[in-house]
Design a protein around this ligand. Structure first.
Ligand code: C2E
Ligand code: MG
Ligand code: MG
Length: 415
């Protein structure tokens, strides 16, 4: 069993190392008090304890001990008259008699289980299963391949149209990254952005994405007169956003590509923005000084502090697609949420984009609520560059009256 104190580094930094040492001692004592006599306990790293339990008949005996440990250890400690409550993650690896695992393997496996327990944050312990080993290897491969993908030019951008819901005119595109993997084919961003974040690879990748999107939009604007006011939206990951020199980099890219800064919109998710609100405000202010546009993505899922919202120099709220997707449901709750977000955005002087519009009814509902822009499969999926070019050339109006009337009729029927 491997037991790891959560946030021990932060405890050391906040209360001092002596305090941290004291906490470790008290922790060790509490653990010892809960263990059967023949168990062995060792401190194997700064905040890690390994426990060897022998002669167990079944796994539940181990989980029972894990439960007991957890309950005891999460009771407040008192150090220098100061109460402190800490949390733990526990990983358990079982040595089946038939396997006679090496001690080293057991340690590794319990470590993986512990990391899983911590990442999930639901249960306080996790039992190792061989799937975790496979997953760790897969993850390692993915990271290795990601490292090479930039040089091998395996990334490309797709462009999803954003439509002005009042006029039906194309307002711009959101650039969405795709990975064209030589063996696995298309890999969606959900499958590799998290790994790119963890490894820091998102930073060089993000620079490439930004430059590519700006280059493409500038090219379109030069080629087609109807494209001269189009905007391109580019997603920023949390790690990218926290880069000290981000605004300088964006300024350099704008200069290099020649794109008018007014035509660039940067998207930051609401949850990333709220991680450290004061840091967010100062970073956004620096970006805003470049005279570009800023958007809060996936709005409604990130627990915004409303008192901070008006301090953010953002231009746009993007209603999360989960609310738009449920607008047609009977309960009406989600329609109310969408309505509230739209009026909140407008009150704060921002415009509002709804993402994930899939039906005429959703569209009609959003237009009725005076949502400014829309994006979703109902209009178009994200498109490769040549298909997006064709759309610009076509220069059509997206809201023909018939389609609009259809949606209005169904909306009226539902009400
Ligand atoms: P996002 O920024 O909220 O992008 C919208 C996602 O919704 C896209 O998924 C898009 O394909 C999808 N979508 C659009 N319309 C509809 C619809 O009508 N129905 C449904 N069900 N889905 C729709 P995608 O391209 O898989 O991207 C997922 C997420 O990955 C993005 O969410 C964004 O957070 C991240 N991502 C994508 N490209 C980039 C990038 O270049 N850089 C960074 N940092 N993150 C990116
Ligand atoms: Mg986005
Ligand atoms: Mg979104």
């Amino acid at each position: 069993m491997l037991l790891d104190l959560d946030h021990f580094k932060a405890i050391n930094e906040s209360f001092g190392h002596q305090f941290g040492d004291h906490l470790l001692l008290l922790t060790a004592e509490r653990i010892k008090a809960q263990l059967p006599l023949q168990a062995r306990l060792a401190r194997i790293g700064g905040d890690e304890f390994a426990i060897l339990l022998q002669n167990l008949d079944e796994a539940s005996q181990a989980t029972k001990i894990a439960d007991k440990l957890y309950n005891k250890l999460t009771e407040p400690f008192e150090i220098d008259g100061q109460p402190i409550t800490v949390s733990f993650s526990i990983g358990i690896a079982l040595d089946k008699l038939s396997h006679r695992e090496q001690a080293e393997t057991l340690m590794q496996d319990s470590h993986r289980a512990m990391a899983r327990a911590r990442a999930l944050g639901k249960e306080h312990y996790e039992i190792f299963d061989p799937g975790m080993r496979i997953e760790a290897v897969k993850r390692f491969q993915l990271e290795a391949e990601l490292r090479q993908a930039i040089n091998k030019q395996e990334f490309l951008l797709y462009y999803q149209p954003i439509i002005n819901l009042e006029t039906g005119v194309l307002a711009g595109f959101e650039a969405l990254v795709r990975w064209q993997h030589p063996q696995r084919g298309f890999v969606s961003p959900g499958a590799f952005i998290p790994a790119a974040e963890d490894t820091g690879l998102i930073v060089p990748m993000g620079s490439w994405i930004l430059e590519e999107a700006c280059t493409q939009m500038h090219r379109w604007q030069q080629q087609f007169p109807q494209a001269k006011d189009l905007m391109v939206s580019v997603n920023l990951s949390a790690k990218q956003f926290n880069q000290e020199n981000l605004s300088q980099e964006v300024a350099d890219i704008l200069e290099k590509t020649g794109l008018n800064s007014q035509c660039l919109k940067l998207e930051l998710t609401e949850s990333a923005a709220m991680e450290d609100v004061n840091g967010t405000i100062s970073q956004l202010v620096k970006l805003k000084a470049l005279n570009l546009k800023l958007s809060l993505d996936d709005f409604g899922t990130g627990y915004s502090s409303l008192s901070y919202l008006h301090q953010l120099p953002t231009d746009t709220l993007k209603v999360d697609q989960s609310f738009v997707g449920r607008m047609e449901e009977k309960s009406n709750e989600d329609s109310e949420i969408v309505k509230t977000i739209i009026s909140l955005g407008h009150q704060l002087g921002m415009d509002v984009i709804a993402e994930g519009i899939e039906t005429a009814v959703q569209l009609a509902g959003l237009r009725k609520l005076k949502c400014n822009y829309g994006q979703g499969y109902f209009f178009s999926k994200p498109l490769p560059q040549d298909a997006a070019t064709a759309l610009i050339v076509e220069n059509k109006t997206w809201l023909d009256d018939e389609m609009h009337q259809d949606g209005k009729r169904s909306l009226a029927m539902m009400q």
